[in-house]
Structure formats: structure tokens, C-alpha cells
Design a protein around this ligand. Structure first.
Ligand code: DX5
Ligand code: ZN
Length: 214
């Protein structure tokens, strides 16, 4: 299992240093949460901050867009140095157009499902994306409790991806730490996001290792 620490739980006054710290601790990807105060009731960072952070690591940037109109901002996030851009199927943009746009910029596209959105909503896109992100909290805030009842959805996606011989990764995001990572691994999840579970751990390297080996 790969671990993508979410910068949402880092010290925002020292984001560059925090990326270096988490890279050295063994992160596989850096998860960046973009919120627009419209799709979710919180506001975080945008493309200019991501661009400023890009020189601090060579790890892939996994940019999670929680914004109403992802299509209009894909160029900006591609220019900022995103390696993955994931956006919500519940957002307003045309899903196929957004996937194609991300791909046309040489970035890996992914779609995200909120807790109430069924696995089947992702099925038409599974052959077009590199990642499917299953939210295990309601998007908007770090530090919430993991929703274990999302695991059947991840298992359904795993079965469908394998049945069709596809290669899209399944990512889970929200409330994951070394305490519950084993549950995600047995559901067939490839990448876990962990914000507070890693950044607030007394030993982030040990926390990352424990999640990977769960
Ligand atoms: C929630 C974000 C998550 C979250 C992860 O909207 O997408 O990435 O911040 O943080 P923890 O691991 O603290 O739930
Ligand atoms: Zn996220």
C-alpha cells in the first residue's frame, strides 16, 4: 500500500519544510487538498501555493480538487506541477471533458466519490482514469472519523477494476491512521491518504511504515 500524507494537517506557515520532513519520513505521494468554499464549506490553497511547493520534493503531487468547476482550473493545476488531478463526480463540470483535459496536459486523471455516492457512479470512467478516490469522511475537513462502512464500496470498485483487467488505482481518503489501515488494505485499496494520522504522529516515519505494513 502506498501512503499519501495530506498537507491539510501540516503547519501552514512552514509548508515547504513540512514537505521535506514528510518526504524524508517515507511518503510515496504528497496529497494536496484544494477547497473553494463552495463545493465544500472550507477554503484551503490554490495553484499558486502548489507551484511554490513544487521544488521542495520530487514525489508525485496528488491534487484533490474539492471545487465546483474543476474543468476551468485544470490548466492552472497542471502548470503548477500536479502529477495526479482528482475531481469529484458530484461537481458541475462535464466528467468526460475534465478527464480528457487532464490527460491532454500529461497529468494522470482521477475521480472522487463522496460517501453517499455509490461505486457504480465511477463504473463508466474506470477505463479512462488512473485513480478512483473513495472518500472515507465527508470532504471539507481533516481530523474526522474514518467511515468503515465505505469499505464495501471500495471492494465493489476493486472487483470491477479487476474483472475488466484495468489498472486504475483505488485511493481512500479521510480518517486513516495506523489504527485502521489494515481494514483499507483488506478492501483492496492501493493508496491511502493520511493527514492527522501522519503529521500529528510523534514519529511520522513510524506512522507511515505502520500504515504501509498494515
Ligand atoms: C478531507 C480531505 C482529506 C483529509 C485527510 O476533505 O480530502 O485529505 O484532510 O485528513 P485526515 O487524515 O486527518 O482525515
Ligand atoms: Zn483529500
Amino acid at each position: 500500500m502506498l501512503v499519501a500524507p495530506s498537507l491539510l494537517s501540516c503547519d501552514f506557515a512552514k509548508m515547504g519544510e513540512e514537505i521535506v520532513r514528510i518526504d524524508r519520513a517515507g511518503a510515496d505521494l504528497i496529497h494536496l487538498d484544494v477547497m473553494d468554499g463552495h463545493f465544500v464549506p472550507n477554503i484551503t490553497i490554490g495553484p499558486s501555493v502548489i507551484k511554490a511547493l513544487r521544488p521542495y520534493t520530487r514525489l508525485p503531487f496528488d491534487v484533490h480538487l474539492m471545487i465546483s468547476d474543476p474543468l476551468s482550473y485544470i490548466d492552472a493545476f497542471a502548470d503548477a506541477g500536479a502529477d495526479y488531478i482528482t475531481f469529484h463526480v458530484e461537481a458541475d463540470s462535464d466528467i468526460d471533458a475534465a478527464i480528457e483535459k487532464i490527460r491532454s496536459r500529461g497529468v494522470k486523471p482521477g475521480i472522487v466519490l463522496k460517501p453517499k455516492t455509490p461505486a457504480e457512479a465511477a463504473f463508466p470512467y474506470l477505463d479512462k482514469v488512473d485513480m478512483v478516490l473513495v472518500m472515507t469522511v465527508e470532504p471539507g475537513f481533516g481530523g474526522q472519523s474514518f467511515m468503515a462502512d465505505m469499505m464495501p464500496k471500495a471492494e465493489k470498485l476493486r472487483a470491477e477494476i479487476d474483472r475488466r483487467g484495468l489498472s486504475a488505482l483505488i485511493e481512500a481518503d479521510g480518517g486513516i491512521s495506523e489504527k485502521n489501515a489494515a481494514v483499507t488494505s483488506s478492501a483492496g485499496i492501493d493508496v491511502v491518504v493520511s493527514g492527522t494520522g501522519v503529521f500529528r504522529a510523534s514519529d511520522p516515519a513510524a506512522a507511515i511504515k505502520a500504515i504501509k505494513n498494515a
